[in-house]
Write a protein that binds this ligand. Structure first.
Ligand SMILES: Cc1cc2nc3c(=O)[nH]c(=O)nc-3n(C[C@H](O)[C@H](O)[C@H](O)COP(=O)(O)OP(=O)(O)OC[C@H]3O[C@@H](n4cnc5c(N)ncnc54)[C@H](O)[C@@H]3O)c2cc1C
Length: 552
């Protein structure tokens, strides 16, 4: 992936998406699609075709695309999710479907298929999940038997089933993961191939404007040149290659859908009078239902942006960072959407108000492209290895740049983020000494603590860059540096409190006794408690920013 679009092209693309949505997808239409459980095929084809051309974003320039980078894709995915996550999923499915080709295809395959997607606006689907193989993709049962003529493999016969495939009933092209003689491999299958059928659209909880269907393969023949990369057995590696990137897209969805919810709750609460004054002026309301969610969303944005920049600079696949970004943003998006229903009270609970739909839509982001639990496992397993390799120094070392940052920018929460990282190092070390990751629950909970602690460092770094005026020029500018600093101080306090209290809880739950007293000392609990000083004034300030009442 290259460095991507220039700022003006990205902004023009996003303006075009907004204008298209304003014209074709007004709120009443979105609610109607949801109620009727209808996929707006012509609109999605317009978005991925001549009318708007969103698909060009992720197709390299040499294959007639625009060659957008990860940062561009994050901005566009967030924007689409703000409009409607179901429609965004229809577009994302083409992004995902292409990925095995983009990252694993031969030059000829890319030229043929990516060129057609760019120029003809073909819709794609990504067929990995099966009825018996969801989180554990390696358990797949769909087979691709080699068809041999004169001693040469001329094609494959695909047999099996796929489950929960976005665009499954409407795509023109499918990338399908199947077990070839040499191992799991991706194949390109065209709609209408004999023996290839799909089920009826699933009646889903949310993203009802997306099409999700099961696929069935009964002796579906494809020529050998449909084997992605031309070599069998590379499928799971090719799937792994794109996880950093694809999880970043779903992270951007979490961010977009979460802000879509808050941006409805905030104006609602300024107009809604209860007890003689607007809800927006009640601290018990704003500091529970608005502020913490905005802060968590912006922490996840910081992590998304850092990961996108690293992907664009060619730093490798960044699977774990993609997992952290997805985990933080999808959980934050869900939390924000849930809070928005509460923020609108009885109105929020009715289908007439968009937040009710947004909440159902948001839920999918913690399930598809790897569930939150699988993210927790991925994050902890990877960082655990780093902890072992560095003999427990990793997170202490990660804390040091934060301490340096704190000296240069004392107001961005970096000192507290450093405290969270040091605490994390102590908890991981205690877990190592007592071999506690043999408890799967502890492993997963550590995954959460790692994500939150790294998230706090990410937001502090972003707030410092905002203060220095060195943020990525393509980053949104909604919040000034002072506001980001306040958000970061709030999030860092949440992170350190969580690392310390949850860490103690789970480690204590497994050990009890004197080890806990020892860990309590090593965590420096008095400092953790002291770090909470100033939280309420910072939340007051954050509320003022979110409600446009702030002076700075
Ligand atoms: C609307 C929708 C659209 C989708 N679109 C696509 C698509 O386009 N292409 C595609 O290939 N797939 C798609 N999926 C599938 C999606 O990626 C899977 O549903 C997801 O990966 C989870 O798999 P599963 O449903 O089989 O659940 P399972 O893997 O059976 O998981 C069920 C629960 O168990 C937990 N769990 C699983 N394994 C473990 C473990 N080892 N330890 C602890 N807990 C565990 C999970 O976190 C989850 O909470 C879509 C799904 C939906 C609902």
């Amino acid at each position: 992936m290259g460095t991507g679009l220039d700022k003006e092209t990205l902004e023009l693309t996003m303006d075009a998406i907004r204008e298209f949505a304003e014209a074709k997808l007004p709120a009443a239409k979105l609610l109607e699609l949801d109620a009727r459980d209808e996929f707006p095929e012509q609109i999605v084809r317009g978005m991925c075709g001549a009318e708007l051309g969103v698909q060009l974003l992720f197709i390299p320039e040499e294959f007639d695309g625009m060659g957008g980078g990860a940062f561009d894709v994050y901005r566009v995915c967030e924007e689409m999710a703000r409009i409607d996550l179901g429609v965004a999923t229809g577009v994302l499915a083409t992004f995902l479907g292409c990925d095995p080709l983009v990252y694993g295809g031969t030059h000829e395959q890319k030229k043929k298929w990516l060129g057609r997607i760019a120029n003809e606006g073909l819709l794609m689907a990504y067929g990995a999940t099966e009825p018996e193989a969801g989180s554990d993709l390696a358990a797949l049962r769909t087979t691709a038997a080699a068809v041999i003529r004169d001693g040469e493999v001329v094609g494959y016969k695909i047999n099996g089933a796929k489950q929960w495939i976005s665009n499954g009933g409407v795509a023109d092209l499918y990338s399908v993961l199947a077990l070839a003689p040499g191992g799991p491999s991706w194949f390109i299958v065209e709609a209408g191939a004999p023996g290839f059928t799909h089920g009826k659209p699933e009646d889903k909880h949310g993203i009802r404007a997306s099409n999700t269907a099961a696929l069935s393969f009964n002796d579906v023949y494809v020529d050998a040149d449909r084997l992605v990369g031309g070599e069998e057995g590379k499928g799971l590696i090719q799937a792994q290659l794109v996880f950093g990137y694809t999880r970043l897209m779903v992270a951007a969805f979490g961010l977009g859908v979460g802000w879509a919810a808050l941006d409805r709750a905030i104006p609602y609460s300024t107009g809604r009078i209860q007890g003689g004054s607007p809800l927006s002026e009640k601290q018990g309301y704003t500091h529970k239902l608005i502020v913490p969610h905005a802060v968590r969303l912006e922490a996840s944005r910081a992590y998304i942006e850092e990961t996108a920049e690293r992907l664009d600079s060619g730093e490798g696949t960044l699977n774990t960072e993609g997992a952290i970004a997805k985990y933080l943003a999808s959980e934050a998006g869900n939390g924000a959407a849930d809070a928005a229903i509460q923020a609108l009270g009885g109105y929020g609970y009715t289908r007439e108000y968009m937040v009710e739909k947004i909440k159902r839509d948001a839920r999918i982001t913690t399930i598809y492209e790897g569930t939150s639990e699988i993210m927790e496992m991925t994050i902890c397993r990877d960082r655990w290895q780093v902890h072992l390799k560095t003999q427990g120094r990793h997170y202490h070392e990660q804390a040091r740049p934060m301490e340096g940052l704190h000296e240069r920018h004392p107001h961005v929460g970096a000192g507290v983020a450093a405290l969270a990282l040091h605490g994390l190092a102590e908890i991981l070390e205690t877990a190592r000494v007592h071999r506690l990751t043999r408890h799967q629950h502890i492993l997963f909970r550590l995954g959460e603590l790692i994500a939150v602690a790294e998230g706090s460092a990410g937001l502090a770094a972003r707030a410092a860059r905002a203060a220095e005026g060195t943020l990525n020029p393509k980053a949104p500018t909604r919040f000034p540096a002072g506001a980001l600093a306040a958000f970061s101080r709030i999030y860092a306090r949440e992170a350190v409190a969580k690392v310390a209290s949850e860490g103690m809880r789970w480690i204590g739950g497994a050990l009890g006794g004197s080890e806990i007293t020892e860990l309590e000392k090593r965590l420096g609990m008095p400092a953790v408690h002291q770090s909470q000083a100033g939280l309420i004034p910072d939340m007051d300030h954050a509320a003022d920013v979110l409600y446009d009442r702030a002076r700075t």
